[in-house]
Design a protein around this ligand. Structure first.
Ligand code: NAD
Length: 370
């Protein structure tokens, strides 16, 4: 078979579009994976080292994430080759040109991802009217400012802890990566009486078994200071965060931070995946054997995409947040219950749930994946 089709399996991709405009140095790829459930939503990632394979993997992840969240959307992703910190005029020209080139691909809706933001989405919207994650002035719901993903994590936490026979009040949590996802998760959990006992950012970590003042830590971080300077006597080594004793451990920074060598050191009951793929397969198995429940990324961190899909439908901010709570609670419960009944890892249960929803959508189509 031709190399161009080597990415294909029974779920997708439906189409791969390469865009090239030598006049301005534009090189980009769009993968529309599976649109059986509806037009695909997925981020535009800008980086120098992206690839078609990465784009296809991310598009498939969006198919599962959107299906798992019960959204009327399939999965897609686009990648733009280039350094996102290039001069603004050049970046704007590239993104506007890419939007124009993809004007006719109306089963793909642009969203923000690494290297792009709401301003970039405003440029796409201006050209072709097909983007989510827009600035408020254009009808957007600013999901990072409001903490849509952190809000979803708080609901996943409540359901998962209930599954373990306890509530959020007094539950201790540790957050790795006190950024947009991590700080809002900590804030929403603290509102329910949970205690933030440790947090980190790329500069270091801090811990206090008596609980850190979340509002003050957010203010400290927003003023540009490092988390580890918040409480000098509570400073711990970044590698020690994984072993902090708590009920909820939230990875909200980088992939693969929980690995075979540190998973045995975790002293938590629950790992709530804020970041994508925070644990390796082997680490997930180790945690499972140790009785630590891991709520998979595309179940726990779907708040952002649910918010984006609601924005696309023209919903209000409060309707979007209601949808996040309702869907994430239902999905977390369904996945943990199914994992328990079938004695499989939560990830397996989550993938099966998503696949089943995609297959049901496919069964309604004249073709299959589009
Ligand atoms: P962000 O850049 O706002 O925050 C990331 C934080 O992690 C920063 O505080 C940074 O200092 C810290 N960090 C980086 N490397 C670290 C390390 N090695 N150890 C500890 N901390 C480290 O990013 P974000 O939007 O909060 O996203 C965090 C993760 O969640 C990413 O993996 C992202 O793909 C994923 N995610 C984000 C959303 C969203 O709505 N923003 C939705 C789903 C998934």
């Amino acid at each position: 078979m031709e190399a161009a089709f080597s990415l294909g399996d029974e779920l997708g991709p439906a189409k791969v579009v390469h865009v090239h405009e030598p006049g301005i140095g534009l090189r980009a790829t769009l993968v529309v994976d599976n649109v059986a459930a509806g037009p695909s939503i997925g981020g535009l990632r800008m980086a120098a080292d992206v690839s078609t394979e990465e784009c296809a993997r991310l598009a498939r992840a969006m198919t599962f994430k959107n299906a798992a969240a019960g959204l009327p959307h399939g999965g897609g992703k686009s990648v733009l080759y280039g350094d996102p910190r290039m001069p603004r005029e050049k970046k704007e020209a590239l993104i506007r040109a890419l939007a124009c080139a993809l004007r006719g691909v109306d089963d793909y809706i642009f969203g923000p991802d690494m290297g792009t933001d709401e301003t970039a989405m405003a440029w796409v919207h201006d050209e072709i009217g097909r983007a989510v994650g827009l600035p408020r002035e254009l009808g957007g719901i600013p999901l990072d400012e409001l903490g849509a993903t952190g809000f979803g994590l708080r609901h996943a936490a409540e359901i998962a802890l209930h599954h373990l026979g306890r509530g959020l009040a007094g539950a201790r949590c540790a957050v790795q990566g006190f950024g947009s996802v991590g700080m809002h998760a900590a804030r929403f959990l603290a509102e329910q009486g949970a205690l933030l006992v440790a947090a980190s950012d790329s500069h270091g970590a801090v811990a206090d078994p008596a609980g850190l003042d979340v509002a003050a830590l957010i203010e400290h971080k927003r003023s540009g200071k490092a988390v580890s300077d918040f409480l000098p006597k509570g400073r711990i080594r970044a590698e020690e965060l994984v072993a902090v004793e708590c009920e909820i451990w939230i990875p909200a920074a980088r992939p693969d931070v929980i690995r075979a060598e540190n998973a045995p050191r975790m002293r938590t009951r629950l790992v709530l995946s804020g970041a994508n793929i925070p644990a390796t397969d082997e680490a997930e198995r180790i945690l499972h054997e140790r009785g630590i429940v891991l709520v998979p990324d595309f179940i726990a961190n779907a708040g952002g995409v649910i918010c984006a899909a609601m924005e696309w439908q023209g919903a209000t901010q409060s309707a979007a947040f209601d949808a996040i709570a309702e869907r994430i609670r239902a999905n977390t419960a369904a996945v943990l219950e199914s994992a328990k009944q079938r004695r499989v890892l939560p990830r397996q249960a989550a993938v099966d749930l998503a696949r089943e929803r995609v297959r049901r959508a496919m069964a309604t189509r004249r073709w299959s994946i589009f």
